[in-house]
Design a protein around this ligand. Sequence first.
Ligand SMILES: Cc1cc2nc3c(=O)[nH]c(=O)nc-3n(C[C@H](O)[C@H](O)[C@H](O)COP(=O)(O)OP(=O)(O)OC[C@H]3O[C@@H](n4cnc5c(N)ncnc54)[C@H](O)[C@@H]3O)c2cc1C
Length: 390
Amino acid sequence: MKAWDVIVIGAGAAGLMCAAEAGKRGRKVLLLDHGKRIGRKILMSGGGRCNFTNYFVEPSAYLCGNPHFVKSALARYTQWDFIALVEKHGIAYHEKTLGQLFCDDSAQNIVDMLVKECEGAGVTIRLRADVLNVDRLGDGFMVATATEEVSCQSLVVASGGLSMPKIGASPFGYKLAEQFGLKVLPTRAGLVPFTLQPEDKATLEPLAGVSLPVVAESEDGTRFAESLLFTHRGVSGPSVLQISSYWQAGEQVHFELLPAGRLTQGVADSPNQELKTWLSRYLPKRLVETLLEREGITNKPLKQYVPKELAAIEQLLSAWPLKPGGTEGYRTAEVTLGGVDTNELSSKTMMASKVPNLYFIGEVVDVTGWLGGYNFQWAWSAGWCAGQVV
Ligand SMILES: Cc1cc2nc3c(=O)[nH]c(=O)nc-3n(C[C@H](O)[C@H](O)[C@H](O)COP(=O)(O)OP(=O)(O)OC[C@H]3O[C@@H](n4cnc5c(N)ncnc54)[C@H](O)[C@@H]3O)c2cc1C
């Protein structure tokens, strides 16, 4: 049985970073992935340009059972460290919006960079390597793949979450954690479009393609000012993806289509203008028509509405309620919420306190970032931290 210092399971964002760092320390590293390509999620991320980090990374941009858990790793390997790596490799990038950094050319640049880092550090990468079994072997581990049995001192699980099963996502990491007696928090799809209740679908489906800036708010008061997109299946767009991570089945989401007070001002400024015409200054016309029809609001000059009617319309526009039927699920979700309980792990090294030399990094851990490069930054930071000690 061939003996390695470190085996990393999962050649995605976190696994590649960890393997390269461990290799640079002179560790003999084997990186395994059951897929036939390295970093498949990186390649399809950010519309093919990989939103690899964000200028404004901070712990509050992460959902985690223990909100303090992410602080150490994010502080030790920051967005500036990853940007420096990207610059060292001469990769051109730009800020798109809200601090989100994308490759100018292609996400392939990021994968190539990480592979180069691994190669330079002497990491052995094996693809199409299905891990069938893992067992304790002394202080280390024995890993059986379909073709070989190998041993290691440190085992790093970087097998990601459940989103996009078509490109290799698997519950492997959760099962392994449970095998070693670690708690795994319930998982659900995050950064995912909402589907609609049948009656909403019937009235809103004709709006497919309409998009507008809104503020989305979940029942716990979390708010995101980004755009909303109506689709044939439901609602999507950055505001919906963001708020979906804070949504629980059965809850409502509110969308601020127009800030409170704008209509009152409209009545004062343009009393003779009809509601539909006035609203169409601010909102897409198709949305205005659908909203008025759905809510049974008669169109007339603004001055003809009695105060009670105006208050109701203002309320509707400033907090349009929608009760999603569900989400599109792991098929289209960008991330998986929940996962290996952070209370089981050291926030400095990502090692399981109950199982020395077993590490969990990246999305398999109960850490989920906002949309906008935060998830990759978590993968780089956690991978780097583990890479310093394995
Ligand atoms: C469509 C899409 C777009 C995204 N865009 C962005 C973005 O622009 N910016 C951002 O920050 N985040 C983005 N994300 C989220 C981001 O891709 C993930 O958070 C990140 O890839 C997690 O890194 P990871 O290394 O933990 O897992 P992954 O990158 O998913 O890597 C896990 C690896 O483990 C392998 N694996 C799984 N099971 C096994 C097994 N049993 N045996 C061996 N190998 C196994 C998989 O094949 C995979 O290669 C996007 C996600 C999706 C789905």
